[in-house]
Write a new protein. Structure first.
Length: 756
């Protein structure tokens, strides 16, 4: 009271408080969209831009790995060794090409004719002279024993015909220079190209060809069948004829090599895909030749990797998302400041969600690197455990389901870019996030989040299994079971993290959720119990006012739960001096009878400031503090203002209206405007002796008109159509509460008692 007496007789303008300074500074910061939007774009761009490739050590085969070497990003590398092996196999699979020369048979038969003719003319010559004569005719040496055998057989036309037929038979079969090389293709056949016509055929029966090295033996066998010459003469004759017959099937090495090189060149390069998190080497392992080549390829792929274009692309995607959210909130039917506060709050939640997912992705990557057992040494197994649902759950509870669904889509895009997810992992992140947003649609209690966690666990399992079956041609049961396990853990962990971060983000952003509002509506909370016991009249006024505000908020599409809970706390400042407010006075002297009008107005208006101090003490959220500060706006305290004017007429002094106004500020949202009207209407309704519908409606219209004329609703977005709906809702609640009952038989409650 000492501070109050200090102001007695010295009226002046009072400085009101609109809430805690921290809360106001925080909301002003979140409303700076021109700062938070670009900051969000820059920070998220840095998060989602691919990092500079990690440097990999160059190790030689046989070296010992100095540390664990893990693949830090999905990469596809050329497998040089496998490619060479495949090309070598492709080249070796090409059959050799052999050239068939039909002219060889004619040349040999021409030599035979010359030899027979020369032999007929040299029958009288000696054996040596005959051998020389035959050699000259054949163009190659004929031994004396061979000449002697030919003389013995006679140089007849029958011999010529028999030998020519034998030559034709063998050349039709084909005489090859090296039959061993030919037999290597016995299972696939060889390509035979005729030299004159250039016609090619694939000869599958390679055993038909006669080996030039064994031609003499073949000829001897054929001569025996033909019964040509005696047994002693046949080996000599076969030897001579074999020397006379060159191969007519020759290997075309140049064409064969060219075809094999073309086949090898047509082989596609073999690549090896390394998933992120794959452990190439563990510390102490010996480096194999294949791993050494992979490390060399990884080091080469990491050099000169461009960063500008991915940075620009990430900037563009993030900027589009930030602009999308800006225009989304611009279309909301909220005060401009509230729109920007929500925009800044959502960007903060989205950024923190990305940081959380990125941090846990790093943790699971390290876990995969530390585990040896399949399939838990693959980082893809741990992707379902990431808390994709945490952000959408928080966004849905703070801003509504529609915002939560859009938040899920935005987060899925950014997470996929940040963690370089493949298609199935991106689909999983999107589906589980959207499901989480819808699952929180009717959550009104924190305990209900447990059910949300169980639902998400089941949904995640089904989603992960379905995507695993779709992605893998031959699914493995252990891998699918691992995905299902991590998916279930991911759903539960997401809700646990949501329960932890939700109160923190509510406090940081000044946003209040339905869960928090329902918790604050509990009448057993210490502050409400104090209000009910220490200021019961104010408490009953708050309850009645809450019914009015809730009905009005429902009528115009505002938040009825917020309006109702704010009404419970709007007058808590009266707890400091409850006896100075008429609803708490139960007979006896009125404390204001001994105070000047200025002091009384100061006491009455000070309940706003006292209420804000109690709200700070009891850690009430920002919307309730706003309701405490704005439920009177800057309205005039008419009763004490009129009394001051009456006293001023009988004495010196000027009564300044400003000294009899509440400190404000004026309401800035529909809910706060409804609370101001409900406070005034509920107080005025208690002055009606007979609350008939007509009188009630007339009273409400007068109150609303007076508030409008005073400019108290200038800063909120209540329209005249809204005010009509609010007036109807107020009238319905008051007339319903003031209904009559039939008289109790045998009782007359309106008769004065006799004192006994």
């Amino acid at each position: 009271m000492k501070s109050l007496l200090h102001h007695q007789g010295k009226p002046g303008r009072r400085r009101g408080s609109s809430g805690s300074e921290w809360g106001q500074r925080r909301r002003r910061f979140l409303a700076q969209w021109w700062l938070l939007g670009p900051a969000f774009v820059v920070l998220v761009t840095l998060l989602i831009t691919p990092r500079q490739a990690t440097r990999y050590p160059l190790l030689r085969p046989g070296d010992i790995a100095p540390r664990d070497i893990v693949v830090h990003r999905d990469v596809t590398l050329p497998d040089v060794e496998s490619t060479e092996q495949k090309r070598r196999r492709a080249g070796l699979d090409v059959p050799p090409v052999y050239l068939l020369d039909p002219s060889v048979a004619q040349q040999v038969k021409a030599k035979l004719a010359s030899i027979i003719a020369a032999g007929q003319g040299g029958e009288r010559e000696t054996t040596k002279e005959l051998a020389a004569l035959l050699s000259q005719a054949a163009g190659q040496k004929v031994e004396e024993d061979e000449a002697q055998v030919l003389r013995a057989l006679g140089f007849s036309q029958d011999l010529l015909l028999a030998l020519s037929d034998l030559v034709d038979q063998l050349y039709r079969q084909g005489v090859v220079e090296d039959r061993v090389e030919l037999l290597r293709w016995a299972d696939k056949g060889v390509t035979v190209r005729e030299l004159v016509s250039n016609r090619e055929t694939v000869q599958l029966d390679v055993f038909r060809f006669v080996d030039a090295a064994a031609l003499a033996e073949t000829l001897e066998q054929r001569l025996a069948v033909l019964r040509l010459g005696s047994r002693e003469h046949r080996p000599i004759l076969a030897r001579w004829l074999a020397r006379l017959m060159p191969p007519n099937v020759l290997l075309d090495r140049g064409e064969t090599l060219a075809r094999r090189m073309r086949a090898a060149a047509n082989v596609e390069e073999v690549s090896i895909h390394l998933n992120r998190g794959r452990v190439l080497l563990r510390r102490g392992d010996e480096v194999s030749p294949q791993v050494a080549r992979l490390l060399e390829s990884l080091a080469a792929s990491a050099q000169g990797r461009p960063t500008f274009w991915p940075l620009l692309g990430g900037f563009g995607i993030t900027a589009l998302i930030a602009v999308m959210w800006f225009f989304y909130f611009r279309r909301e039917s909220l005060a401009d400041t509230e729109k920007y506060v929500r925009y800044g709050s959502l960007l903060l939640v989205l950024f923190l969600s990305l940081v959380l997912e990125g941090g846990l992705a790093f943790v699971v990557g390290q876990m995969a690197a530390a585990v040896i057992r399949e399939p838990f040494n693959q980082v893809t197994v741990y992707w379902p455990v990431l808390p994709h649902a945490t952000g959408p759950v928080i966004a849905s509870l703070m801003f509504g389901v529609s915002v939560g669904v859009l938040f899920a889509a935005s987060q899925a895009v950014l997470v996929a870019l940040m963690l370089a997810f493949p298609g199935h992992a991106t689909a999983y992140a999107l589906l589980t996030a959207v499901a989480a947003a819808f699952a929180t649609q009717k959550v009104k209690e924190r305990n209900a989040l447990t059910k949300v966690g169980l639902f998400l666990a089941a949904f995640n399992v089904l989603c992960a299994v379905a995507l695993a079956l779709h992605d893998v041609p031959t699914p493995q049961l252990p891998e699918i079971a691992a995905h299902a396990t991590t998916a279930a853990l991911g759903g539960i962990m997401a809700v646990v993290l949501s329960s932890f971060f939700l109160p923190v983000l509510e406090s940081v952003t000044g946003t209040i959720t339905d869960i928090r509002l329902l918790e604050l509506s509990n009448p057993n909370l210490p502050l409400l119990r104090r209000l009910a016991t220490e200021a019961p009249g104010t408490f009953q006024h708050s309850l009645a006012m809450a019914s009015l505000a809730e009905a009005a908020a429902e009528a115009i599409g505002a938040n009825p739960l917020l309006a109702r809970v704010c009404c419970y706390y709007h007058d808590v400042g009266k707890l400091v001096r409850p006896e100075y407010f008429i609803e708490n006075q139960r007979g006896g002297p009125n404390p204001h009878d001994h105070l000047s009008p200025w002091m009384s107005a100061l006491v009455v208006s000070k309940h706003v400031k006292d209420g804000l101090e109690l709200a700070k003490q009891y850690k009430l959220p920002e919307p309730i503090r706003e309701a405490i500060a704005t439920h009177h706006g800057t309205k005039l305290i008419h009763f004490f203002y009129n009394r001051a004017k009456q006293q001023a007429t009988s004495g010196p002094g000027v009564v300044e209206e400003q000294n009899f106004r509440y400190p404000g500020p004026k309401p800035k949202s529909k809910e706060m405007g409804i609370i101001l009207l409900a406070d005034a209407v509920e107080a005025a309704a208690r002055t009606l002796s007979e609350p008939t519908p007509g009188r009630v409606q007339n009273m409400i219209d007068q109150v609303i008109k007076k508030v409008l004329e005073d400019g108290q609703l200038d800063e909120c977005e209540l329209t005249l159509k809204d005010l009509e709906k609010i007036s109807s809702a107020f009238s319905w609640v008051i007339t319903s509460a003031g209904h009559r009952r039939i008289d109790y038989p045998g009782f007359d409650f309106n008769r004065r008692g006799n004192g006994r």
